[in-house]
Design a protein around this ligand. Structure first.
Ligand code: F3S
Length: 396
């Protein structure tokens, strides 16, 4: 792999031992994937934040890095943690878990990483531009950045995202390269998709078939930021989709429009939509409702506020979002209305990376295709998958 003089210097330790270690890791990665050189990145997003996911070995690894003086060179945002960093006591988190989680957070802070604790960095001020190279790691954020924004990133693991953040470089391979951004499958959508969960159901269906290839969607009439974040998240969970194109909706789709009819074609009909909902549910009776996977935007919170105003929920109803959205919800009076209805807003965390398996809930209702796919495995819960209105109905 070609390295510039500066990168050679980094590798030799001219900028310190930690940078040398990170460069070595990235070089190895580049060699495995056939990269020709390193490229500069404008931002990074670090995953592997929850104590539930990384445990003591992960914490020790991070502490070692931070103690050796690791500092990020580019703006680096953080994925959700295993608990609400300010309000964890109200959600059954043990003292031991909280102590370890806060230690992880402080270690990231020491490295200069911004403690956003969200999987929607693009809603919080980390908004790359079209064509910009970045190194992000959370799969739904990666999918959104590549597909909806047209930025370029591979789906980084925790260590490689951290190494990229510390060196400001990533190896030039995968989705950084034009050739690999071409679609492989044409998905003909023959049904009107209305809700975020419809998009999650489509994503679940497509991810299973397309795996880690690039789908090109034709037939999606109406969409928006929330629906596309649901679509990308579900596809990344049921498959390994890192990039997708939607005709007339995402920035690179036009480039591939003329050749899309030559691709292997997959139809998505009303029947497939219904079947996906059924496949994602193994119970109809949730005793906990969770929304905000990916983290709820302010529009989603506003919608919930309108629906729950002057209502009393009979079931637990948890809304996961970023601390920034919560602040806006507070200012707008949404948080107050939601809390009066009995809903709870949880910041910094999510239903999958928090220790939900330690609670007594049996079945979790969600409108997220990604959460529905992951909750049985990660949290040992039964799932009801439905649209937001049906979840509200079940909770009232
Ligand atoms: Fe975000 Fe957690 Fe879902 S990280 S995408 S809310 S599983």
């Amino acid at each position: 792999m070609y390295l510039t003089n500066e990168e050679e210097g980094m590798l030799k330790g001219e900028q310190g031992l930690v940078i040398a270690k990170c460069m070595k890791l990235l070089l190895r990665l580049g060699e495995i994937y056939g990269a020709d050189r390193m490229i500069k990145i404008s931002s990074s997003q670090a995953a592997g934040v929850s104590y539930k996911s990384i445990g003591d070995p992960g914490l020790e690894f991070l502490k070692g890095f931070a103690n050796e003086g690791a500092k990020v060179k580019v703006p680096t945002f953080l994925n959700p943690a295993g608990m609400d960093l300010e309000n964890w006591k109200n959600f059954g988190i043990s003292d031991n878990f909280a102590e370890k989680q806060l230690e992880i957070i402080n270690t990231f802070k020491k490295m200069g990483i911004i403690i956003t604790c969200s999987c929607t960095p693009y809603l919080l001020g980390n908004l790359p531009r079209f064509g910009e190279h970045i190194a992000w790691s959370e799969s739904s954020a990666v999918s959104f950045a590549n597909s909806v924004i047209g930025a370029r990133t591979n789906r980084e693991g925790g260590p490689s995202a951290l190494a990229a953040a510390i060196t400001g470089r990533t190896p030039n391979y995968g989705f950084h390269i034009d050739e690999n951004r071409k679609p492989n499958f044409l998905i003909k959508v023959n049904v009107d998709l209305k809700t975020n969960s419809d998009f999650g159901a489509l994503g679940f269906f497509v991810g299973k078939i397309v795996k880690n290839k690039v789908p090109f969607f034709d037939g999606i009439k109406e969409t928006d930021t929330d629906k596309l974040k649901s679509l990308g998240a579900a596809m990344a969970a049921s498959g390994g989709i890192t990039l997708y194109h939607v005709l007339n909706k995402t920035p690179e789709a036009e480039k591939y429009k003329s050749t899309s009819n030559n691709l292997e074609k997959i139809e998505f009909s009303e029947k497939d939509l219904k079947k996906s909902y059924e496949e994602l549910s193994d119970s109809q009776n949730p005793d906990l409702i969770v929304v905000g996977c990916p983290h709820a935007s302010i529009s989603e919170i506003e919608y919930l506020t309108k629906k729950l105003k002057n209502k009393k929920l009979k079931k637990e109803f948890w809304i996961y979002t970023s601390r920034t959205m919560k602040m806006w919800a507070d200012r707008m009076g949404y948080a107050k209305i939601l809390e009066c209805s009995g809903a709870k807003i949880i910041c910094d965390s999510c239903m999958v990376v928090s220790p939900l398996e330690e609670t007594n809930f049996e079945c979790v209702g969600t409108n997220s295709g990604k959460a529905a796919k992951y909750l049985p495995g990660f949290c040992k819960k039964k799932v009801f998958f439905g649209n937001l209105d049906s979840l509200i109905e079940k909770a009232l």
